[in-house]
Design a protein around this ligand. Sequence first.
Ligand code: ZN
Ligand code: ZN
Length: 146
Amino acid sequence: MADVKVKEKLISDFKNSCRSGGFKVTPQRTIIYEELISSEDHPNVELLYNRVKKRLPDISFDTVYRTLMTFNELNLASVVAGLSATKRYDFRTEKHYHFICVRCGAIHDILDVPFKFDTPVSIKEKYNPSNIRIIFEGICTKCRLK
Ligand SMILES: [Zn+2]
Ligand SMILES: [Zn+2]
């Protein structure tokens, strides 16, 4: 879990991003964001919905789903892996590597190794990619010890 100082900074950046992106800072959005930044496990919509529901019992799955898409658009979160409803979200928007355990599906942040990748010119020219993701796959320590 991000520490209190880091969280405060994230929340204040969140408010600024909402406002500059033309979105109101509603209590609902704030709570969804707070739950997201408290989630180190790169949750999918369903997991996050269950966490948010504890604080906002009346919230709908669809609201959480749509709010995460808004966060994505505002660069407040990104999709790490998965398709459609199984998308897994990440509140860390600075570039970092991920490790995904192919057995249990755990997604770990690799934050102690600087992110470095030079996109080959031919790829730049052909696709002009807007984002690069690097994901390592393997068996996590927990699964290996089982
Ligand atoms: Zn595992
Ligand atoms: Zn991450």
